[in-house]
Design a protein around this ligand. Structure first.
Ligand code: S3P
Length: 443
């Protein structure tokens, strides 16, 4: 199971148009991953609705199936997980292939560290180039048996049967994946595991652990749990993913005459940086129908087009919008004036180097976009269109698709197959709202 060929999917997007109507984008990727992980480790049956049927969360689902967890679905977003308890996983027959999914690899490393058996985690070309020392170093401090390729990348080998010890760890970079990895290892560790973050990052793991009846203590920027307790099954309603909604939030902001409602979107305050940044740029965004779904706040988001203005993005918003910068750069390209981003070095080690890849594509479209070590400077202007390459990065593909709304000529985007990792049905949903996008497979 090591050959995973990828088709070259090409998006062609006609220029102009507007976005209008109502839609619900697919389920939150972060929450979908965690629902499978914690549901599998819980005692009893967990029912999930709104699950993201994208390749990333399916990679997690299949990994747990191959460790003996009986999981039914997904069917229309419904998944039933027959939890096996913290110590009920079985050794998989093969390496666990996690595709493009950094969240699967980093979170599962922590959880697998506590098992009695060994595992090997592999991924596609992009995932095999992403930094794993950030989890390996603290896991080694917990007495985990883990090794990587020489440059600190996957495949990761995790040696089971070790006695894990709780640690107090301060994250060198704001990363929810690293925090979650350590908390999941902490479930199996002797004593208390505490993680201190330099800036708030998404807290879905902490919220969901509590939803499964596991005590999590937070004091300021430190979150702690004690190993050895148990998870009790629950039901989880996964909200629509604000990271997927973000493409349409920007699209509707930049395309004149747009008027769009996105329904039941997760608005966890550790994820809403994109709303704050767009509002600072002058966007018209209103929330309504605010409620709670499975321990997470949700709302409908109403966006109307507005002329945006360039801003200096406050650094404290960076971790709260970390996945939305590719499309925010498109907003900046359409804004009046200059947008400056700093403190976002992490963007260089996502599914692609998102600073460089977006700068390259925006330049093709006639925009002055200058990368810096930890950010970018973008001068708003008139985008022309042209052929850009996504480097297999789902969020780059969808961001450039939205850019076409403000271009003078069509946009052709290469290497778009990975849109299916987070947003299956993107082209259909986008077409329904007014984006003239078509998708073809080239040889
Ligand atoms: C995620 C955390 C973020 C984000 C990723 C999903 C998660 O990564 O970029 O898409 O589900 O915990 P980092 O925590 O490494 O910044």
């Amino acid at each position: 199971m090591s050959t995973h060929s990828q088709q070259n999917v090409i998006f062609t997007v006609k220029s102009g148009g507007k976005l209008a109507g109502r839609a619900r984008v697919p389920g939150d990727k972060s929450i979908s991953h965690r629902s499978i992980m914690l549901g599998s480790l819980a005692e009893g049956v967990t029912k999930v609705s709104g699950f993201l049927e994208g390749e990333d969360s399916l990679a997690t689902l299949n990994a747990f199936k191959s460790m003996g967890v009986k999981i039914d679905g997904p069917e229309n977003g419904k998944v039933t997980i027959n939890g096996v308890g913290l110590h009920g996983l079985q050794k998989p027959d093969d390496d666990l292939y996690l595709g493009n999914s950094g969240t699967s690899m980093r979170l599962m490393s922590g959880l697998l560290a506590g098992q009695s058996f060994n595992t090997v985690l592999t991924g596609d070309k992009s995932l095999s180039g992403r930094p794993m020392r950030r989890i390996i170093d603290p896991l080694l401090q917990m007495n985990v048996g883990i090794s990587a390729a020489q440059n600190g990348t996957s495949p990761l080998k995790i040696i089971g049967g070790k006695k894990l010890e709780g640690i107090e760890y301060t994250l060198p970079v704001a990363s929810a994946q690293v925090k979650s990895c350590l908390l999941l290892a902490g479930l199996y560790a002797q004593g208390k595991t505490c993680v201190t973050e330099p800036a708030p990052t998404r807290d879905h793991t902490e919220r969901m652990l509590q939803g499964f009846g596991y005590e999590v203590m937070r004091k300021g920027s430190t979150v702690c749990l004690r190993g050895g307790d148990r998870l009790q099954s629950t039901s989880i309603d996964v909200p629509a993913d604000i990271s997927s909604a973000a493409f349409f939030m920007v699209g509707a902001s930049i395309a004149e005459g747009s008027d769009l409602v996105l329904e039941h979107v997760g608005i966890n305050p550790t994820r809403t940086g994109v709303i704050d940044i767009l509002k600072l740029m002058g966007a018209s965004i209103e929330l309504s129908n605010e409620s709670e779904a499975g321990g997470e706040p949700v709302a409908d988001i109403h966006i109307r087009s507005r002329q945006l203005k360039g801003i200096t993005i406050p650094e404290e918003l960076v971790p709260l919008a970390i996945d939305e910068f590719p499309v925010l750069f498109v907003a900046a390209a359409c804004a009046r004036g200059t947008t400056i981003l700093t403190g976002a070095r992490e963007l260089r080690v996502k599914e692609s180097d998102r600073i460089q890849v977006m700068a390259d594509g925006l330049k093709v479209m006639g925009i002055d976009a200058e990368p810096t070590a930890d950010g970018i400077v973008i001068q708003g202007g008139q985008m022309t269109g042209g052929t850009v390459v996504s480097h297999g990065d789902h969020r780059i593909s969808m961001s450039f698709a939205m850019a076409a709304l403000k271009c003078t000529a069509p946009v052709v985007i290469e290497d778009c197959a990975n849109v299916n990792t987070s947003f299956p049905g993107f082209t259909e949903l986008a077409t329904g709202l007014g984006l003239a996008v078509s998708s073809e497979v080239s040889d």
